[in-house]
Design a protein around this ligand. Structure first.
Ligand SMILES: Nc1ncnc2c1ncn2[C@@H]1O[C@H](COP(=O)(O)OP(=O)(O)OP(=O)(O)O)[C@@H](O)[C@H]1O
Length: 208
């Protein structure tokens, strides 16, 4: 997916988070968004995914040269953020069944494969409410990564992951990203080592 930001500005109350931003996220390219706490990384991702409105400007999206409207962008993206919640009353098995009733699994995999790849197969009867924070993060990452989409968004994917899980994330990302566009907000270089470009949200310039 290609994402074109034209003159984008965002204000909360009287506070401008960013103003007059022009940027072109190219298709099939991997971007890291970095910047100090409160710089606006999550705000930008939330705008791109259509979760919150922007104040001024225009965003357009294209998949394989076709324009996608903001009202149907959700069909093309998959997301894992620390702020999103999981349905705690479901077991792991139920949440996968529920999620993949609405979204397709990436080609070549089935739900059992997804359980195995998340390394949570033994927990399939466990309620999400009884998952540890790291297990929940693995699940969020798995649901996003194994959903067939053309834009993958991760906001602080390394949150709550131990060293082994961070390695697990990197390995799976390298194997299953395919030619999707990737946006990762993080200040931990380990999380975004796979990225082609690093963008500093403070001035919207590529720094790597
Ligand atoms: N709903 C909101 N209402 C008012 N201000 C908000 C709201 N959400 C975010 N902000 C403000 O917008 C600014 C950017 O926040 P944002 O969460 O996008 O930063 P961030 O770069 O993701 O930070 P972090 O690295 O701490 O996650 C902050 O000043 C924050 O307080």
């Amino acid at each position: 997916m290609e994402i074109i930001l034209e003159n984008i500005s965002k204000k909360y109350g009287s506070q401008w988070i960013f103003r007059n931003i022009d940027f072109h996220f190219e298709a099939k390219t991997k971007y890291a968004l970095i910047g100090h706490n409160g710089a606006g990384k999550s705000t930008l991702l939330d705008i791109i995914m259509g979760k919150i409105p922007y104040t001024k400007g225009k965003i357009s999206y294209q998949v394989n040269g076709n324009i996608v409207g903001i009202d149907s962008i959700y069909k093309h993206l998959s997301v894992a953020t620390t702020s999103m919640s999981l349905i705690e009353e479901f077991t792991l098995e139920e949440i996968l069944q529920f999620h993949f009733r609405f979204r397709n699994i990436v080609k070549g995999l089935n739900q059992e494969d997804v359980l195995d790849l998340m390394e949570l197969g033994k927990e399939k009867k466990k309620f999400i409410s009884n998952f540890s924070s790291g297990m929940k993060q693995r699940l969020k990452i798995g649901l996003a990564l194994f959903t067939d989409s053309s834009l993958l968004i991760f906001d602080e994917p390394g949150a709550n992951l131990d060293l082994k899980s961070k390695q697990w994330f990197q390995t799976l990302l390298a194997k299953y990203l395919n030619d999707r566009t990737l946006l990762i907000a993080s200040n931990d270089a380990e999380d975004y080592q796979i990225c082609d470009h690093i963008m500093d949200i403070e001035d919207f310039k590529l720094v790597g």
